[in-house]
Design a protein around this ligand. Structure first.
Ligand SMILES: Nc1ncnc2c1ncn2[C@@H]1O[C@H](COP(=O)(O)OP(=O)(O)OP(=O)(O)O)[C@@H](O)[C@H]1O
Ligand SMILES: [Mg+2]
Length: 501
């Protein structure tokens, strides 16, 4: 256990850390912060949700000279939502020192960004495409950069982004500090990374497995056409606080969120073909709990830190083990627990084994849940709601009616009828889903076994964001059910703990 003050952090930043509610440093923070403060290049690898943002953010902000109005640090991140989130965390860390971080990403009005740049942020957090646009327009100058961070570094050095990263690094002074962070770092990518770095120190937090131990991991084997019923049964049985369902393609995400709405779940989709306004509003609603199921492509797989995500469902098995690690890492963050389910068709078992080999952790097989299991789950939720009401609410207004009913029927009959009325019985409304081709496991050779190619993955907002087609986006609205009406306990959720166990 390391306390932050043992790490050589200045007073103003200590004050921010306190305000953020962090009590002790996480292992990646205690191991990388002192090394980064010495100015060394670092490749940092640690499990999802263990505080890598502050691990690079704290030393980066220490290095900023606030008397100097140039941009002194850049962070490059693969998605817009992540760029926004990282900038927010950096602004919190820099709040007392007066360091400002600005997110720069595709899909947002470039003139607005140019105006925001006039406020002289010392740090820019950007997606590659939009950063390049600004470089070309000379609205961002990178000549005074001292620190470059690649968050989700293995993704940034992967096929889809590497050329952009090379172009960006060409604009940055050669004498600089480079920090790379990710939960995954396939060996061939790490080798590529070294070309951009100066004698980097590798810090890998020792862990038996690549995924977080407090995420329970299950798989269910079934035919493709069974998947949707299984998903809704699981949602009924477990009633997640917030759930993310990952689908392979944008079409899949659209169809799934439509189908979930048809069956009465408050779900919306997020993927790279939606307008940025739509993407932001969906994420906002999910964070607020207005929608309870976020259906997403891999655009939401990396880095996003949303509290209250208790369940991740891989409706389609991920294309590669790294994607699995990041997807399920949206739950079980900062010491909390989480559940992850992966759906596999018989032909995809090889891919499942491939994932297990890489993560060094096996998933437990679960049987296909039945309608009765789903109903049992919903009944349980009704019972919990009734007990909660007995303990916490005033229902004297209804007592007279209860007595009248009990005059005519025995109590078990009355209560059973009331439970039936309150219980959402499994809905079997037919839905339309286009089948996806199975993912066949490939040998991990050559480029680190990254099975993706530019075209076969839903490149999504993983594409160069400024050049992306921005179409559509006006799908069906959220479901008819608010979170409480779907039977969740309405008790206030436990306040967010800020210490890791
Ligand atoms: N020392 C700490 N004590 C308590 N909470 C912390 C600490 N450091 C970070 N956190 C919180 O933990 C959560 C996860 O942090 P963060 O998003 O940086 O994880 P990460 O390692 O980058 O995960 P990912 O690999 O998914 O990107 C955030 O809500 C963050 O504010
Ligand atoms: Mg992160």
């Amino acid at each position: 256990m390391t306390m932050f003050h043992e790490l050589g952090i200045s007073e103003k930043i200590m004050k921010s850390i306190q305000a953020m509610g962090f009590e002790e440093a996480t292992p990646i923070q205690s191991e990388t912060i002192p090394v980064s403060l010495q100015g060394k290049d670092v490749i940092g690898q640690a499990q999802t949700g263990t505080g890598k943002t502050a691990a690079f953010g704290i030393p980066m902000i220490e290095k900023i000279d606030i008397k100097n109005t140039f941009i002194q640090g850049i962070v490059v991140a693969p998605t817009r939502e992540l760029a926004i989130q990282v900038a927010e965390e950096l602004n919190r860390i820099g709040q007392f020192k007066g360091v400002k971080a600005l997110p720069i990403y595709g899909g947002q009005d470039i003139n607005r960004q140019i105006r925001a740049l006039k406020n002289r942020p010392q740090i820019i957090v950007g997606t590659p495409g939009r950063l390049m646009d600004h470089m070309n327009r000379k609205t961002i100058r990178l000549q005074n950069i001292q620190v470059v961070v690649l968050d989700e570094a293995d993704e940034m050095l992967n096929m889809g982004f590497i050329e952009d990263i090379e172009a960006i690094l060409k604009e940055v002074p050669e004498v600089r500090q480079t920090l790379l962070f990710s939960a995954t770092m396939p060996e061939p990518i790490r080798k590529i990374a070294e070309n951009f770095m100066n004698d980097p120190v590798q810090i890998k937090v020792k862990a038996k497995e690549m995924t977080v131990p407090n995420i329970e991991q299950y798989y269910i084997e079934m035919q493709e056409k069974k998947k949707f019923d299984v998903l809704t049964r699981l949602l009924d049985m477990e009633s997640p606080e917030l759930a993310i369902v990952f689908g392979r393609t944008k079409r899949r995400v659209d169809e799934l969120s439509e189908a979930l709405n048809t069956r009465g779940y408050a779900a919306e989709g997020i993927h790279g073909d939606l307008t940025q306004a739509k993407r932001s509003s969906v994420l906002k609603k999910f964070k607020a709990g207005t929608i309870e199921v976020l259906v997403a492509t891999d655009v939401a797989a990396r880095g996003l830190d949303i509290s209250g995500v208790t369940h991740v469902y891989n409706f389609d098995i991920p294309q590669d083990p790294e994607s699995y690690v990041h997807r399920i890492g949206r739950t079980g963050r900062a010491g909390k627990t989480g559940l992850a389910y992966t759906f596999v068709t018989p032909r995809e078992i090889g891919q499942l084994k491939n994932i297990e080999r890489t993560t060094k952790r096996s998933m437990e097989r679960k049987p296909v849940p039945s309608m009765d299991d789903a109903l049992e789950g919903q009944k349980q939720i009704t019972a919990e709601k009734i007990l909660y009401t007995i303990q916490n609410e005033n229902f004297s207004f209804y007592k007279h009616m209860a007595e009248e009913l009990l005059d005519e029927h025995d109590s078990v009959t009355v209560v059973a009828a009331a439970i039936k009325l309150l219980t959402k019985e499994p809905d079997q409304t037919p839905v339309q889903l286009t089948a996806e081709a199975p993912v066949v496991a490939k040998e991990r050779k050559g480029r680190g076994g990254d099975n993706r190619s530019r075209d076969n993955r839903s490149r999504d907002s993983y594409s160069r964001d400024s050049r992306r087609r921005e179409g559509g986006g006006s799908r069906g609205k959220g479901g008819n059910f608010g979170r409480n009406s779907r039977g969740r306990s309405s008790s206030p959720s436990a306040s967010r703990k800020k210490t890791f166990k």
